[in-house]
Design a protein around this ligand. Structure first.
Ligand code: CUA
Length: 143
């Protein structure tokens, strides 16, 4: 009998956790990072405009820098951000913005970000990657 109770309780927990993810992505408008599988791997960074306010940014992480390290875009830009790594696993977090990605060699991670407010948005590697990990940073300038 207690087994049955434990079983239904764990089932209930699962539903709650799943619900939390759905709630986070829908109600709170939190972007969930995605691993891209249908895209050619890239080794160099590229930034190009895809529409009136939309840009595609292909960013590369390697020991110990991001390319590009500085990006300048107009306010209101929506960026399709693709991130990969040339060597080991790095992290990518934009301060004061809801972006947190991993840069994984051989894989491409994707997130869409919109920058409404002008300002400087600093980003940094948040995954320890060796001697100069703390210098792996850059900024996105929105003007
Ligand atoms: Cu790259 Cu820490």
């Amino acid at each position: 009998k207690s087994e049955k109770l434990a079983f239904s309780l764990s089932g209930l927990l699962l539903v709650i956790f799943l619900g939390a993810i759905v709630y986070a992505s829908l109600a709170r408008n939190i972007e969930v990072p995605t691993c891209i599988t249908d895209m050619e791997p890239f080794a160099t960074d590229t930034l190009f405009q895809t529409g009136p306010n939309t840009y595609e940014l292909q960013a590369v992480a390697r020991m110990w820098a991001f390319q590009p390290s500085t990006v300048t875009l107009p306010a209101g830009s929506t960026v399709d951000l693709y991130l990969t790594s040339q060597d080991i696993i790095h992290g990518f977090k934009i301060k004061d913005h809801n972006v947190n990605l991993m840069a994984v060699p051989g894989a491409i991670n994707y997130i869409q970000v919109t920058f409404d407010e002008p300002g400087e948005y600093f980003f940094a590697c948040h995954e320890f990657c060796g001697a100069a990990h703390h210098t792996m940073a850059g900024r996105i300038i929105i003007e």
